[in-house]
Design a protein around this ligand. Structure first.
Ligand code: FMN
Length: 251
């Protein structure tokens, strides 16, 4: 299975919601498992567990029926939701690069017996399997996204912000905003109103990790390294209506 060209996949991936429910070959499942064990965390110090289960082990409140679900569990520590988004998005891109369908499912829950066996807190699932619809978009016009002007202050790092703009997010809420200052990108998450916050607060932290994953992959493509820091200035410069999340140093 292809393990390199994730940058290109960012520009064509989509959520796949219709699946062929037949099992995948064992060799394919093994390759998915091998990739899962190579995924990079955003924060090394947060313990995580990633497990593949079959459809019958999951309660899905929305009608996405896929043959397999990747369950992501984590220690509950500062940054754990952003870390979940960052890690699981690498798997989403890997599956898409290999013509398998996938979809984040905030509404899925493992059944009780499975939940009991998890060592860490269950966070979110990613459905996957053989797609029963097109696995890729034909062009950028098919992405329903905010314009780039709405999600950043200056255009100095658009080669990294454009991939973030295309990232998937819960209910397509696209909660991100980026401030660019020399080699730093400060990342912010929208403050939702009270009703939306109940539904989206946790999900939006995951979304931020997904967008940061896309920035990291684009930075690598351009031969740059990305460091993740908390920056006092980033917090001070928070735009109205947004919470500061983290800063990225691109060198
Ligand atoms: C954290 C998260 C949770 C999501 N939960 C669901 C879900 O429960 N059901 C669903 O159909 N799609 C879900 N999605 C998929 C989004 O609706 C989708 O990513 C967004 O509409 C953008 O579309 P695209 O992924 O096709 O580009 C979720 C996405 C994310 C990132």
């Amino acid at each position: 299975m292809e393990n390199k060209n994730f940058y290109d996949v960012i520009f064509k991936r989509k959520s796949v919601r219709k699946y062929n429910l037949e099992n995948l070959d064992d060799t394919i499942l093994e390759e998915v498992s091998t990739f899962i064990s190579s995924v990079k965390p955003m924060y090394e110090e947060i313990k995580t567990e990633i497990k593949i289960v079959k459809l019958e082990n999951v309660k899905n409140l929305l009608p996405i029926r896929a043959p397999y679900y990747i369950l992501f569990s984590s220690e509950n520590k500062e940054g754990y939701l952003t870390n979940a988004g960052f890690m699981l998005q690498q798997i989403d891109l890997f599956l898409s690069a290999n013509e398998l369908g996938s979809c984040w499912v905030g509404m899925a829950q493992p059944k009780k017996e499975i939940l009991k066996k998890l060592k860490l807190e269950f966070i979110i699932a990613l459905a996957f399997g053989k797609p029963a619809e097109f696995v890729h978009r034909k062009n950028l016009k098919e992405f329903r996204r905010k314009s780039i002007e709405e999600i950043r202050d200056t255009n100095e790092k658009d080669e990294l912000i454009e991939p973030a703009r295309l990232a998937p997010s819960a209910t397509n809420s696209q909660p991100w905003f980026f401030r660019i200052l020399n080699n730093k990108i400060h990342a912010y998450c929208i403050k939702q109103n009270l009703i939306k916050a109940i539904l989206l607060k946790k999900m939006n932290q995951i979304d931020m990790g997904i967008a940061i994953c896309h920035i990291w992959i684009a930075a690598k493509k351009y031969g740059k390294d990305m460091k993740i820091i908390t920056d006092r200035k980033g917090l001070e410069y928070s735009p109205k209506g947004y919470n500061y999340v983290i800063s990225l140093i691109i060198d």
